[in-house]
Design a protein around this ligand. Structure first.
Ligand code: Z5A
Length: 209
């Protein structure tokens, strides 16, 4: 795999991103690829503190724009302190969620203007784009059933209605349709090992040489 590849994983909650990130890390490391596995929001101690703020349910209003700004603040901290240094030394970064999540959740889900999100993305990314994005797609009911089966207290997103997650899923599919050269879309209802094999093969085919 080309050193310095930046791979992002996306999907609605319960899609299996964390499971896939773990399996891909093992498979690619076995092939000698230097992998840094991380997630958003979060990934560094300071960005994880922002994650806690943005996910915790609380008494104060967190408007969609405030939520989006926190996502981008966490992202810039993460990019500056972890992602860019890792890519610069030639590692490949596997990141569980990135700016497509902001488009899907804050844009399609909460109604923040996509133009505003794209404007902030260009400022915060400062030229960096994912080399490839794996979208784990599955029906909302399946994802929510998986996620809710293993959780305690719901966070700010888990209390949302099905219609919210339907908008999120539709947005992800639109983004993938618009950028087929970046996205690899997989049916996330398939068994985890099958998904990991297919994702690894597709990533190696796209990001080698
Ligand atoms: N968010 C945002 O709004 N804007 C942004 O810009 C960013 C994020 C970056 C936290 O994200 C929230 O942040 C998220 C969007 C928002 N909220 N929501 N929804 P997160 O990624 O940390 O949280 P999450 O999406 O809720 O993660 P998750 O529920 O842990 O989902 P996952 O990582 O995709 O799934 P998993 O943990 O790998 O698997 C879930 C369960 O399904 C587990 O029991 C697995 O064993 C099982 N599983 C996994 N794969 C399979 C397959 N293939 N078959 C059957 N069962 C499976």
């Amino acid at each position: 795999m080309t050193p310095g590849s930046f791979i992002t994983l996306e999907g609605i909650e319960g899609a299996g991103k964390s499971t896939l990130a773990a399996a891909l890390t093992v498979m690619l490391e076995r092939r000698g690829v230097d992998i840094v596995r991380t997630r958003e929001p979060g990934g560094t101690p300071l960005a994880e503190r922002v994650r806690a703020v943005v996910l915790e349910p609380g008494a104060e209003a967190l408007t969609p724009v405030a939520e989006m700004l926190l996502m981008f603040a966490a992202r810039r901290i993460h990019l500056d302190n972890l992602v860019r240094p890792a890519l610069a030394r030639g590692a490949c970064v596997i990141c569980d969620r990135f700016t497509d999540a902001t488009r899907a959740y804050q844009g399609a889900g909460r109604g923040v203007a996509m133009q505003l999100i794209d404007h902030l993305a260009s400022l915060v990314h400062d030229g960096l784009q994912p080399s490839a994005t794996v979208l784990l797609d599955l029906p909302v009911a399946d994802g929510l059933a998986r996620a809710r089966a293993r959780r305690g207290e719901p966070d700010r997103f888990e209390v949302e209605e099905t219609a919210f997650f339907e908008r999120v899923r539709a947005c992800y599919l639109e983004l993938a349709h618009a950028e087929p050269e970046r996205f690899i879309v997989l049916d996330a209802r398939r068994p985890p090992q099958e998904l990991a094999d297919e994702a690894a093969n597709a990533l190696l085919a796209r990001l080698s040489g």
